[in-house]
Design a protein around this ligand. Sequence first.
Ligand code: NAD
Length: 260
Amino acid sequence: MDFQLKGKLAYVNAGAWGIGEAVADLLTQEGASVIVGDKDEKVLQEKASRWTGVVAADLASAAGVDQAVRFVRQTFGRAPDILINNLGLGDSASFEDISDERWARTFDINLMGCIRLCRALLPEMAARGSAAIVNTGSDLAKQPEPTLMDYGVCKAGLLYLTKALAKQYAPNVRVNAVLPGPIWTRMWTREGGIVDQLVLHYGVADRDAAVKRFLEDRYLPLGIGEAADVANAIVFLASPLAKYITGSTLDIGGTLRGLI
Ligand SMILES: NC(=O)c1ccc[n+]([C@@H]2O[C@H](COP(=O)([O-])OP(=O)(O)OC[C@H]3O[C@@H](n4cnc5c(N)ncnc54)[C@H](O)[C@@H]3O)[C@@H](O)[C@H]2O)c1
């Protein structure tokens, strides 16, 4: 399928690994010029030759977002046609243990990164027209989990933001979100990541057993997805093929338990 992306300029926020990396590669493969921002400078430099440009910055800070926006404007000479807001990070904790500082940090990572980028780039994207934004949400936005409350609240906020921005900037900028279920990335596999957290949660010794219990508990018959499963949907929503879709929030793989 031709996603009709040749000549488009795209910025992928938080793309050194995982879903963001898969999106950056697919956009590039489809003919777009792609800049990737991330805080992992070493890995960005290792992968830099695959994309038009890379910018290393803490994208959960106002200064880091400013730096990324400056780099994008300098490299492309203007705002991008496509903005992928993929920054997000969640660690389990009980509600009573989440301090004010952690709430503030979680907001900075999971909501403010997207808000700051949209505020900086959307006016120019809207002025040019035919632009698209895709935000990476989570199935937890619609299916609250007590152990990931700060993360889930931010992902629910991202849905509101997606729909409100879609309304404000239509028809010049389409704004959509994807809501992935579990996707096998470093979020799961890194030391202290979701798999390790599940081992502790279920009190089992074995990582495979912990994942199996999780899939049964959450009723996830499709199992765990891959970064490419999400990237395919994001690139479609960012492409002109989705020209009649805005304000939508697409469930990917994980949301069979409820009606919404
Ligand atoms: N993996 C899943 O199961 C899952 C499910 C639902 C939603 N998501 C969402 O998908 C998105 C991508 O997650 P992933 O699974 O690919 O994770 P990942 O850990 O593979 O990638 C996250 C990327 O974000 C970067 N990053 C983290 N903090 C940063 C910061 N402060 N500044 C700049 N870059 C930073 C990391 O270096 C990494 O490249 C996130 O928004 C996450 O919430 C993931």
